[in-house]
Ligand binder design. Structure first.
Ligand SMILES: CC(C)(COP(=O)(O)OP(=O)(O)OC[C@H]1O[C@@H](n2cnc3c(N)ncnc32)[C@H](O)[C@@H]1OP(=O)(O)O)[C@@H](O)C(=O)NCCC(=O)NCCSC(=O)CCO
Length: 257
């Protein structure tokens, strides 16, 4: 891979943006590689949780602005559609995803983090959607996902002022799940991933899809999906194991079956 480093360690698939000299700015190549590696990790049984992060001082400072000079309305639309498709795909995958935000998460970088299930940030990180300062606006799903994540008023403020906020403020408004010093970011993120890996991957996958479906649907549709999925988990060995373990007063060991 040209723009991304990957590794699999103890059930975690690491996707590490690797253009540190450009603050991991997201170009077309990186979008293509993100899609490819996420797909590989989704299909790889050794990967239970996927963590996205960046090399150097940024998670990502957003889409690669140096490419913008060549864009016209049609190619800009296509670039936005490509970015959006990749973020949609990342959001939709059945395994839990975590954005480990080690520094700047701006523009498309924050939009990538928003497509993940969880965001854990270093105290030193700075987050925002500053596209408005370029005379444009977020194009990788941020206009929709940020509103859903933190509500309309705060989301409009962030997108329309382009202000950057600290990790602590991001935690206060519910944009990130957890903040930790940079020195313990990796350890804390792995600990969080470990909690997820103890659960039934099938129950997690169905739960995730019910939550995502419900987030974009009328309440009744979401509730119907919840009951249907609830029935499906009762066809798994993991459900039997979970219930038996409780009744036998022992810790459940889930096999993903
Ligand atoms: C993130 C900032 C505030 C960091 O500032 P600083 O520490 O001073 O570092 P710089 O010297 O600015 O950056 C180092 C190096 O990286 C290049 N770079 C940074 N961001 C980008 C980017 N988004 N695209 C392309 N290149 C980038 C920068 O040009 C430097 O390269 P040199 O070759 O050394 O000159 C600051 O960098 C900043 O504000 N960045 C832009 C943030 C932004 O506006 N993001 C939104 C992009 S549009 C988008 O994401 C559309 C999708 O919705």
């Amino acid at each position: 891979m040209e723009t991304i480093e990957t590794k699999i360690e103890n059930g975690i698939g690491w996707i590490i943006l690797n253009r540190p000299d450009k603050l991991n700015a997201i170009n077309l190549k990186m979008l293509e590689e993100l899609e490819e590696v996420t797909k590989n990790f989704e299909e790889n049984n050794d990967v239970k949780v996927i963590i996205f992060t960046g090399n150097g001082k940024a998670f990502s400072a957003g889409a690669d602005i140096s490419q913008f000079k060549e864009l016209n309305s049609i190619s800009a639309w296509n670039f936005a559609k490509k970015g959006r498709k990749v973020m949609d795909y990342i959001e939709s995958i059945s395994k839990p995803t975590i954005a480990m935000i080690n520094g700047y998460a701006l523009g498309g970088g924050l939009e990538l983090a928003l497509a993940c299930d969880f965001r854990i940030a270093a105290e030193e990180a700075s987050l925002g959607l500053p596209e408005i300062n370029l005379g444009i606006y977020p194009g990788f799903g941020g206009t929709q996902r940020l509103v859903r994540a933190i509500g309309k008023a705060k989301a409009m403020e962030l997108m329309m002022t382009g202000d950057r906020i600290s990790a602590k403020e991001a935690e206060r408004i519910g944009l990130v799940n957890k903040v930790t010093p940079l020195s313990s970011l990796k350890e804390e993120t792995i600990k969080f991933a470990g909690k997820l890996m103890e659960k039934s991957p099938i129950a997690l996958a169905i739960l995730k899809s019910v939550i995502l479906y419900g987030n974009d649907s009328p309440l009744l549709d979401g509730l119907n999906m919840e009951s249907l999925g609830w029935g499906v988990v009762f066809s798994t060995e993991d459900e039997k194991e979970g219930v038996n373990a409780f009744l036998e007063k022992r810790k459940a060991v889930f096999k993903g079956k």
